[in-house]
Design a protein around this ligand. Sequence first.
Ligand SMILES: C[S@@+](CC[C@H](N)C(=O)[O-])C[C@H]1O[C@@H](n2cnc3c(N)ncnc32)[C@H](O)[C@@H]1O
Length: 261
Amino acid sequence: MNEILQYNDEASNKLLEMYRTPDVQTQRREFLQYVRPALGQRILDVGSGPGILSAALANAVGPAGWVCGIDISDQMIEIARNHCTEQSWVEFHKAEAARLPFPDQQFDIVVSMQVLEYISDLGTVLGEFKRVLRPGGLVVLMDTDWDSLVWYSPSPERANQILAGWNKHVKDPYLPRTLSRQLGQAGFQVEKPHILTIFNPGYAENTFSNHLIDLIVPFVSQQGTIAAGEAEAWAQELRSSGENGQYFFSLNRYIFSANKP
Ligand SMILES: C[S@@+](CC[C@H](N)C(=O)[O-])C[C@H]1O[C@@H](n2cnc3c(N)ncnc32)[C@H](O)[C@@H]1O
């Protein structure tokens, strides 16, 4: 199997757990500092997932504004709708980033956090972002460069094999290094990007990396490229080495801001 990760029931619920960790809450707060949402604005959240970012945007724009989330996963749309029941000015629709179901110049801001690395036709998607933004509108993106991952393992050969399998969960595991250029090619005025590190220098249950283990194990096990049980053994070894004080995890994400001229 060589498919990217699909957010079905199991993966969606695991992602939701991960997104509730302090690591991801901090990351979301930092991302929002670049979005700077204001009362009354109209914001599109592409690949809105569980809707936690959309809810935060909705709080900022208030009932005079409008937040719209789109996602290709039915499960994610359902989780997001349940998350935002109290905010009538937020809506979620099942849609493809490459075919946004909106007229031109509908939004002040388009955000997409941890989504573009899953996408194959990025030129089309960035063209869609530009089309639905008003002139002067802002796009804010965040993606991971999986080459920046540093994760101690007592069995590095096995860990390398597992993490190489995990890199296939997205279309472009190294997107950030080319994203500024691709935004420029799509006609945006691009700002200097910012780095954001998720750092777990010790083991703890309620962390990004501990929840990441639970997404990696089923994904690489289904690929059939590693022996049965190897991913579980890797996970168990990581957690017990963590309990012995040997844990170390660090991963870089990058935030991109650009304007439609
Ligand atoms: C890692 S999650 C990020 C969720 C959310 N943006 C956040 O950070 O809170 C990626 C999401 O992008 C969605 N997605 C992936 N490819 C997509 C596409 N082509 N169009 C729309 N959504 C997509 C997935 O279904 C998933 O919900």
